[in-house]
Design a protein around this ligand. Sequence first.
Ligand code: ZN
Length: 83
Amino acid sequence: MKKFATWSLAIAFIVFLIDWGIMGLKLLDNNYNITIEAYIGFACWIIIFASIFCRIFTNKCPYCGKLRITNGVYCSYCGKKID
Ligand SMILES: [Zn+2]
């Protein structure tokens, strides 16, 4: 699940950049028909936010199951080391 979130984040970000590149080129070409690009960009943002959300809320301690806010090596609740 974590890997999936990372990958979808990376892919959504790349697609978003390409999409913005296309949108920029179209605008430079005085082509304002960018509805599709705008929708793709918006969809990418949703995926990016969902992935970040997923990453934060799946970051649980394997020992006590508490949500870890920091990315430290030790759990701030039970003090166990997390690999
Ligand atoms: Zn813990």
